[in-house]
Design a protein around this ligand. Structure first.
Ligand code: F6R
Length: 260
């Protein structure tokens, strides 16, 4: 994995966005994997700014969200369909027909999950998957002990995840107990992974994912098995890493042709 440590959360968002801009310029019909939550918001804001400035054409970009709550009322502002629409589709001007979110209101959950996997496959797979990480190491909503082979399916949110996400809801009891999430196997099939994390609250999860043993106790540690995974974090999220000097040295000496 490449570990890039930057001074501020804003720079994390800008650099991750720059990688996406570079990719879309090379491949206009890029298939993006979208995360929700706070971590990628700066990426989406920067991409929207690039579109407004005329530096980025996303007219052929398609996208798949990582996850969705189960049973949340349609149109609820915190459903991930609403969030993706508000934070990504509208500001970037993506074609809504090319953006999919798992159907957390499906009567037949298993079929909906299988169809989601098929849609990703039919789109040619995800070119670049944006990831955040939970304080307990989850990626998507693959909570600790999720199977490394898992595909899109229903999961029970860990109590810590529900508590962490309560900040988005007026009443903590409103946070759904279940979600649909791309599996770790689905995520690993993306051609490139970019994980972003900011703040001290993520320091333990980042250290476990990057330097810990590969273990389903920290689902993010599966990134160690990916061919092309980049972890872009701020100083606070890097606090518990042991090889920070090496990561900084590596980034400072990155060959120009590899930069983005
Ligand atoms: C959400 C998702 C989650 C979040 C994680 C961190 O689509 O995939 O794994 O990335 O819960 O959430 P934030 O960014 O809000 O700290």
């Amino acid at each position: 994995m490449e570990i890039i440590i930057l001074p501020s959360p804003a720079e994390v968002g800008k650099l991750a966005a720059r990688r996406i801009v570079q990719l879309v310029q090379r491949k206009p019909a890029t298939v993006l994997g979208l995360a929700t939550g706070s971590s990628p918001l700066a990426i989406y804001a920067e991409l929207a700014a690039q579109v407004r400035a005329g530096h980025l054409d996303v007219s052929r970009v398609r996208a798949f969200a990582l996850d969705e709550y189960v049973g949340i009322p349609p149109g609820h502002p915190q459903s991930y369909a609403s969030v993706i629409n508000r934070e990504v589709v509208e500001p970037l001007g993506l074609d809504p027909a090319g953006v999919r979110v798992p159907d957390g209101r499906a009567h037949d959950i298993e079929t909906a999950c299988a169809e989601y996997e098929a849609a990703i496959h039919d789109a040619g797979g995800v070119d670049l998957q944006i990831l955040g990480i939970g304080a307990n190491g989850h990626i998507g909503f693959n909570e600790p002990t999720s199977s490394f082979a898992s595909r899109t399916r229903i999961k029970t949110l860990a109590p810590q995840t529900r508590a962490d996400n309560a900040r988005f809801f007026e009443d903590p009891d409103e946070v759904p107990t279940h979600c649909l999430t791309q599996g770790l196997g689905t995520i690993m099939a993306a051609r490139e992974l970019v994980l972003v994390a900011q703040g001290e609250g993520k320091a333990g999860a980042i250290a476990a994912a990057v330097e810990g043993p590969v273990s389903s106790m920290c689902p993010g540690s599966i990134l160690q098995f990916h061919q092309h995974a980049t972890v872009i974090i701020d100083d606070a999220a890097a606090r518990d890493l042991t090889l920070t000097d090496y990561y900084r040295y590596t980034y400072a000496n990155k060959p120009a042709w590899q930069r983005f």
